[in-house]
Design a protein. Structure first.
Length: 407
């Protein structure tokens, strides 16, 4: 049977039209997942203390993150952000359960937190297994950027070793300081602070004299201070935090040591504690990666914006939350907001320089901040900057060598 010419022409025209329609529709069909990815909200899980004595620190971290988000128009790489929050329980097992719910039930893309050392280890165990992007704004225990490191876990705060090392190396430069004693609580944080101090001071030629390890909770310090005085050190390093640090500072100020023997410490000896310690803290020198009073344009702008947004002063916790958001944004920009492309996000985060209120910093191979550590001296109720103790300090080399994440 012969098909009439006009019918054959009509069929060809119809077929050509169909091909053109497919050609127009196909790119849109291929692009649809990317469009959906852009339209869907980015889910950030937050595990921080929202109640109890550590709630102010937890809120500072979250506020810092939210301020950075606000500065980027409320979006990260074009994605709106949705938060799923869990209160940080004192029990690490319950914190791990909360992290698992955020990952498996809430289906978060990113984890921020927690604050505590034991909690950080517990949450990292969950995110390491799931591959969820995880930013650690506190919990400076060594293992998370050492033997327990992972490609998807990034520390945006500090390691305890760093601030101990910075004050140790600084004291080794003082001609009159040949021998130092130390006092510390026997804990993970205390041991890492002391290791850093010892590594820095001995590297610079100093000698460690009396070593005073205490068991928490510590009562009176009088007997311990008498022991230190008998050893006649040139200076004393203290590795205490919180209420224990306040008590030690007050008792040191009325001891036989105060007139002849300077007291120094990691930054955590005085950070956030000067109102409570009062005049007893005057003149104490510490080292830390951030100083409230830094007169840099970036820090001044950050502090003004934070006070305007939250009606309170920021601290180093707020800085860590703030930097976490900007690091996350740098990673997401590499994938145009597609959080599923984790390998590309991680590669971009690893290369990203951070323009921070604390000063410029970057991540090490083990994902620990490589950052300046500042010498600080207490003046009134402020830790005033008194120079740079160590520039661009990485973590403990022995700890970093234990990181086997590859790449």
């Amino acid at each position: 049977m012969t098909v009439p010419l006009k019918h054959r022409l009509s069929a060809r025209l119809a077929f050509s039209a169909l091909v053109r329609c497919i050609a127009v529709a196909l790119p849109a069909m291929v692009a649809a997942p990317a469009v959906l990815a852009q339209g869907a909200k980015l889910k950030v899980g937050i595990i921080l203390p929202h109640s109890g004595g550590f709630a102010p620190q937890g809120m500072a971290i979250e506020n810092g993150f939210r301020l950075a988000l606000q500065e980027q128009g409320g979006r990260l790489a074009g994605r709106e952000v949705e938060f799923a929050r869990a209160d940080e329980d004192p029990d690490p097992a319950r914190v791990a359960e909360a992290a698992a719910r955020l990952v498996n039930v809430d289906k978060i893309d990113v984890m921020l937190g927690p604050l505590g050392v034991a909690s950080a280890t517990a949450v990292a165990g969950v995110t390491r297994d799931s591959g969820t992007l995880h930013f650690l704004p506190a919990g400076g225990v060594a293992g998370l950027t050492g033997a327990q490191c992972a490609k998807n876990i990034f520390r945006t705060s500090y390691s305890y070793w760093q601030s101990g090392y910075a004050i140790g190396i600084e004291m080794s430069r003082r001609p009159r300081v040949k021998t130092m004693a130390f006092a510390a609580v026997r804990s993970a944080a205390g041991e890492e602070l002391v290791k850093g101090f010892r590594d820095g001071f001995v590297k610079g030629g100093g000698k460690i004299g009396r070593e005073l390890w205490l068991v928490s909770p510590v009562g009176e310090f009088k007997a311990s201070l008498d022991e230190l005085a008998l050893s006649r050190p040139d200076a004393v390093f203290a590795a205490f935090t919180g209420a224990t640090a306040v008590r030690f500072i007050r008792e040191y100020a009325v001891s036989a040591l105060t007139k002849t023997t300077p007291l120094v410490g990691s930054g955590f000896l005085t950070e956030g504690l000067l109102d409570a310690a009062g005049a007893a803290a005057s003149g104490i020198e510490t080292a830390l990666h951030y100083v409230d009073s830094m007169e840099t344009p970036k820090n001044k702008a950050f502090r003004l914006a934070y006070v305007k947004a939250f009606k309170q002063q920021p601290d180093l916790n707020a800085v860590a939350g703030y930097d976490s958001a900007y690091l996350l944004a740098a990673g997401l920009k590499a994938t145009r907001g597609d959080a599923a492309r984790r390998a590309e996000i991680i590669a971009a985060i690893e290369k990203a320089p951070v323009d921070s209120p604390r000063g410029p910093w970057k991540l090490s191979r083990a994902h620990n901040p490589v950052q300046d550590h500042y010498l600080r001296r207490v003046l009134g109720t402020e830790n005033r900057i008194n120079g740079i103790a160590v520039r661009q300090l990485d973590d403990d080399p022995a700890n970093s060598a234990a990181c086997r994440m590859g790449g």
